[in-house]
Design a protein around this ligand. Structure first.
Ligand code: ARG
Length: 229
């Protein structure tokens, strides 16, 4: 963290919340994913140096940033006004919608959010998926999880009936677990990197890095690596 004075002003620490394939996950004890490659490529385009990655539960990332434990959030975090009251975002780097996951062969086949009324529905704490359940599902029996991986385990066991989750991650769970996408609905969410509200220099540098990585073709390469396997 750049707390003023001398040489380490340009060193930054990144924070993320793994368990969100293909954006961030632990593989053989190593943190990998789209966000890891993307942020590293973006920072490479700047005068900053990324010294380490720290892992948190998703709903503690904003606090970790504002405490100074980390300097940038790279966690498939959707840019929205509620979060903008606490942190600043870079330009968007990825667009996503939301999907509803159900147990494969479980018999429950909802086709819209109305069909989730009164059902047992899960999401990761602090996510936009959680917000949708709270705001758009009538009288849900809402179950909050620290991590979507735990929610998917509960869904596989039939202990909950549905999960609301970002569509690219839903596709990954569908490919790897006993769950399937019932339907996808448009939210037009855009992911941004999160920085402290007073970190104007860092935010501007990251914006230039995001643009450079897109123009160089590196963005496309990273996308191909994590989405076409
Ligand atoms: N895009 C959603 C949001 O911003 C979910 C992000 C969850 N990210 C994670 N690394 N678990 O709320």
């Amino acid at each position: 963290g750049g707390d003023g004075g001398d040489g380490d002003d340009n060193q930054i620490v990144a924070g993320t919340a793994p368990g969100f394939r293909p954006f961030e996950m632990n593989e053989d004890g190593e943190l990998v994913g789209f966000d890891v490659d993307h942020l590293e490529a973006v920072v490479d385009e700047t005068d900053y140096e990324l010294t380490s990655w720290e892992e948190f539960e998703f709903d503690t990332l904003i606090q970790a940033l504002n405490n100074g434990n980390i300097d940038v959030i790279a966690a498939a975090m959707t840019i929205n006004d509620e979060r903008r009251e606490q942190i600043a975002f870079t330009d968007p780097y990825y667009s996503a919608d939301q999907s509803v996951l159900v147990q494969t062969g479980g018999g429950f086949q909802p086709s819209d959010l109305d069909d989730l009324a009164g059902r047992t529905v899960g999401a990761q704490s602090g996510t936009t998926g959680e917000g949708i359940i709270e705001d758009e599902v009538e009288d849900p029996d809402y179950r909050s999880y620290e991590n979507y991986v735990y929610a998917v385990e509960e869904l596989e066991q039939g202990r909950i009936e549905a999960i609301v989750i970002d569509q690219p991650v839903a596709e990954s769970f569908e490919a790897n677990r006993e769950v399937e996408i019932a339907f996808t609905f448009e939210t037009g969410e855009e992911y941004g990197l999160g920085v402290r509200q007073d970190a104007d220099d860092l935010r501007e540098a990251l914006n230039e890095g995001i643009a450079a990585v897109q123009e160089s073709g590196e963005y496309e390469e990273i996308t191909r690596k994590w989405f076409d396997e």
